[in-house]
Unconditional design. Structure first.
Length: 356
């Protein structure tokens, strides 16, 4: 298989990032910058593939029910990250230094398995690639309630494929509960046109997910989010109140029901020997399109992905993502937000609001 290689110098890649976040840039400049970004993103495919294969192998040793997936970061998400400022300072992120353009994720059945995978096979493992980043958001959850383990690696090869050396890939490890929480946020963000995931959502929705994160943390014997009640009864009562105010269960159930028809298409895809899926979610048309690709068609998949992103650039009622997994069944489990399947999350939410 022929893997995309880097065509542009570091300064050209960083300059492309500056052009894409500059409102004064011409269409011609932005189109050229997008070509550079497309190549830079696609270059991460090979190291991401290698790290995802290892992640899958080690995850299965810890938990035979684990699910792994890989993804190239969406262009809108890359641009948003380049624009993002911290504590009032001007944006400083450079495109070349972005560490999560290529990413792979493992979802394990419980928190102890997630920690074991991280400790035994990454922090203490014999991985030849260089670890350049480590964040334990399980022990120290983010203020918005996000919990997961993030590791960043620089690809390293002594023989063959050395042209990919130093490219960075992010590895995420999380429990099933943490995954349900994170994907539920993405579903709500998409259907309500918010940005809870980026700390720019409606305060009531953001508060709900902070509270639910602490409830899930209690279930897993992990630290709760600062500012949320430590007492379980008080915590659950606040969640019940927020759910009633926002009508969460009714809304999320409706989104799931609206997409039921398209599950038949997903089942049909599972009969093919495919490894990559291009997902197109059209909220206004209540439609999910899935295009499948074999392992040998990965570069075509990446090219189609870029073309669709350009076609629908700026649309908030449309989303596209390219993911790589072994089966369509794993695809739905790994990315339930794109199938609008919030049933498991809602099942836990119902248990919380009915306990007291």
């Amino acid at each position: 298989m022929v893997w995309e290689k880097r065509k542009y110098a570091k300064f050209e890649i960083n300059n492309a990032g500056k052009i894409l976040i500059n409102d004064q840039s011409s269409d011609e400049e932005k189109n050229r910058a997008l070509e550079i970004l497309d190549n830079w993103r696609a270059t991460h495919s090979y190291p991401m593939h290698i790290l995802q294969m290892r992640l899958k192998n080690k995850s299965q040793k810890v938990d035979e029910n684990s699910i792994t997936a890989q993804r190239l970061k969406r262009i809108p998400a890359i641009i948003y990250k380049l624009k993002r400022s911290y504590n009032g300072r001007k944006p400083s992120m450079k495109l070349y230094q972005m560490q999560d353009i290529g990413g792979c994720r493992a979802v394990l059945s419980n928190i102890s398995q997630a920690r074991k995978l991280c400790e035994d096979y990454y922090l203490k493992g014999d991985l030849k690639h260089k670890r350049v980043g480590f964040k334990d958001y399980i022990t120290h959850p983010k203020t918005d309630g996000y919990r997961s383990i993030h590791l960043v690696y620089e690809y390293k090869s002594d023989k063959g494929k050395q042209e990919f050396n130093e490219l960075r890939v992010e590895v995420q490890i999380r429990s099933k509960l943490q995954h349900l929480w994170a994907t539920a946020i993405e579903t709500v963000d998409f259907f309500t046109r918010q940005a809870i995931k980026s700390s720019e959502g409606h305060p009531d929705w953001a508060d709900l997910f902070k509270l639910v994160s602490s409830a899930f943390a209690k279930m897993e014997n992990c630290p709760c989010i600062l500012g949320t009640p430590e007492d379980e009864k008080e915590l659950y009562s606040k969640i019940k109140q927020k759910e009633k105010e926002l009508n969460v269960i009714s809304k999320m159930s409706g989104w799931t029901n609206a997409m039921q028809f398209f599950r038949q298409e997903i089942k049909a895809k599972s009969k093919k020997k495919v490894q990559f899926f291009l997902l197109e979610l059209d909220i206004l048309g209540e439609k999910l399109n899935i295009t499948s690709y074999t392992k040998e068609e990965e570069q075509k998949a990446i090219s189609d992905y870029s073309a669709l992103e350009k076609r629908h650039s700026g649309r908030k009622d449309y989303d596209v993502v390219l993911v790589g997994v072994d089966t369509a069944n794993d695809l739905q489990k790994a990315y339930p937000n794109y199938f609008v399947d919030s049933r498991e999350f809602l099942s836990y939410l119902r248990k919380i609001i009915s306990k007291y």
